[in-house]
Write a protein that binds this ligand. Sequence first.
Ligand SMILES: C[S@@+](CC[C@H](N)C(=O)[O-])C[C@H]1O[C@@H](n2cnc3c(N)ncnc32)[C@H](O)[C@@H]1O
Length: 299
Amino acid sequence: MFSYRHAFHAGSHADVLKHTVLIALLRYLTEKETALTVVDTHAGAGLYRLDGDYAQTSGEAAEGIQKLTSGVAPADPLILDYLDVIGSFNKGAQKRVYPGSPFIAQALLRGHDRLKLFEMHPTDARALAGNVAQLEAGRQVTVARDDGFSSVRKLLPPPSRRGLVLCDPSYELKSDYGQVLDFVAEGLKRFATGTYAVWYPIIPRPEAHDLPRRLKTIATRAGKPWLHATLTIKRARPTIAARVDAEGGRAKRPGLTASGMFIVNPPYTLKAALQPALIEMAALLEQDKAAGYTLEAGG
Ligand SMILES: C[S@@+](CC[C@H](N)C(=O)[O-])C[C@H]1O[C@@H](n2cnc3c(N)ncnc32)[C@H](O)[C@@H]1O
């Protein structure tokens, strides 16, 4: 446990997908004046250096955000918004700092909105607390070194009855998949109108393969609409896939080639906005003919 460090993966293609969707969700949910509560069950360290050792060692940002900005310029509004938000953390054109989901969310929230962060890793929880302290955001942002799955339950429903829950585990443990399913099912019982966004890796592991199908069942049984987006940048090579499995899912995540975002109670506008964004994202990040996207909705 706790070998996963998001610093290796900051700005990867998985972050591009996850954070583009997160920003689109936040833009929509902050249109209404009523206060919004955002819960990040697996927050990470909050801020990362793309020119630091971790990112340089993994090279994942080069296949993600750096690739988006080094060739044909993106034109899709959601991708441009994503790049603008990341750019706002950087002085020049070069992206040296990469904000994780807590900092992206905080940048888009209004004064009366609330952000609740959970992070278990001792080092990352300390880094997150230190980074958040620098924001001087007062009561707007809270950080807890606690289990995101169980702690969030008592926060639902939020006082204003408007909320977004991002569930982005490291999937280091096989049990994370089951915990995600239980978490969404219970969340929908406690707070049926909340928006739930789950990120997951697409790897050759039965639990990962089953996750979206089982999330669809949970949402459908609860009578809630859902949206499911995936992004693939290259073919999964069997040797790499076997290694991923042997090393325990996303713990080291060598060669992650695809990932997905599953959203329950998405904004009704999201599917139409995401479609062209995914087309462009897949085209700009593609490394071979297996690259592509999927987008499906139901409920
Ligand atoms: C994928 S990273 C989070 C990235 C972050 N959401 C972002 O987009 O910038 C997952 C994080 O969950 C943390 N973690 C693992 N198990 C946890 C748990 N049970 N509760 C809270 N955090 C956990 C890991 O230490 C890791 O930092």
